[in-house]
Design a protein around this ligand. Structure first.
Ligand code: TXA
Ligand code: MG
Length: 310
């Protein structure tokens, strides 16, 4: 705990100088900087090699602070009460007098915002007098990072500091919902749509066809481990790594199990580290078994389809 506090203080110091650090969140690690600072936001794009037209998600401690920057509505309040802090990102209208850097928004009039649950990042946010712009802490279009080691693999010494927070407990990015008018899901994520549906109790449009560009950042090549992936495979080819949803009696060196018994939460948590491990073990291609297309399985399939557009 003492260690955490000194790390948090170090993180605070670097962020106050408009430099970037990596932060842990319950979804994936983020590459964070002061969202009010053009300099910090520019550095995030540069480090990630991210196209400038792909705006950043802004991370807040709570909705009181958010109100300085965004216009909220009833749907926001309902979802906020039920799920925040947690794995949901809201697209809202920006207020005219908001201080959010125009580099972070790419001059858009909307803002994607979220309230991360990880206790270390919440302690950090409490100490800062600005929100944090933070895209996932991986190189653009590659697999997200769910541990501090993954962040270091991608960025090495280019990031001044990685705030240690252990393995991300969800392991998939947040669900993005545009709630300015009719609620519209822009990215499947760590919060299931059925849970959102139960709270809003109205029709939700799902605009997440992975084969279409539907949101500035959602180009189809994404989450790629850098080697080809085949999906719904029953029979693997020679030399392929094989990802299976649950542990089997027979194990082989090229078999990678996402969970013990097929639990989709456990599988989600292990997905990105498994993709990274396979790449590290020098396999040249990956085969994946059929993943049930329900609950978080839908998000897992979404990520695998995008990753397979290598
Ligand atoms: O779980 C998460 O959401 C993680 C953690 C670090 O918070 N962050 C994350 O950020 O996944 P990123 O940058 O990898 O993905 C954010 C997505 C991008 O596809 C971007 O295009 C979209 O959010 N986005 C950002 N601002 C938007 C806006 N105003 N309208 C629509 N989409 C937006
Ligand atoms: Mg990302």
């Amino acid at each position: 705990m003492k260690n955490n506090l000194s790390n948090i203080k170090k993180a605070e110091k670097i962020l106050n100088m408009s430099d970037c650090i990596a932060i842990p969140t319950e979804t994936v690690y983020g590459l964070a900087g002061n969202a009010y600072s053009d300099r910090a936001c520019k550095k995030i794009y540069k480090l990630k090699k991210r196209p400038k037209n792909n705006p950043l998600i802004i991370h807040y401690l709570d909705s009181q602070i958010l109100k300085k920057d965004c216009i909220i509505n009833n749907d926001f309040i309902k979802l906020y009460k039920k799920f925040c802090p947690g794995p949901i990102t809201f697209v809202l209208d920006l207020k005219k007098n908001s201080k959010i850097s125009k580099i972070a928004t790419n001059n858009k009039k909307t803002l994607a915002v979220r309230f991360p649950k990880h206790p270390i990042t919440r302690s950090l946010l409490k100490r800062l007098n600005f929100p944090l712009a933070a895209p996932s802490a991986n190189l653009s279009s590659k697999v997200s990072a769910v541990s501090s080691d993954h962040v270091k693999e991608d960025f090495g010494k280019k990031i001044r500091f990685v705030l240690e927070g252990g393995k991300s407990s969800i392991g998939l990015e947040s669900t993005i919902i545009d709630i300015r008018n009719k609620p519209k899901i822009l990215r499947l994520g760590g919060l299931e749509i059925s849970s959102i549906q139960r709270v809003l109790n109205k029709k939700i449009i799902i605009n997440n066809n992975p084969l279409k560009i539907f949101s500035p950042g959602q180009f189809k090549l994404h989450y790629s481990p850098g080697i080809p992936i085949r999906l719904n495979v029953k029979k693997i080819k020679k030399d392929e790594a094989y990802i299976l949803i649950k542990k089997m009696k027979i194990s082989k060196p090229n078999y990678y199990f996402l969970s013990q018994n097929g639990n989709l939460r456990e599988a989600a948590k292990n997905l990105y580290s498994t993709l990274r491990k396979i790449k590290k073990n020098n396999y040249k291609s990956i085969a994946v078994c059929k993943i049930p297309n329900k609950g978080l399985g839908k998000t897992i399939n979404d990520r695998l389809i995008r990753a397979s557009k290598f």
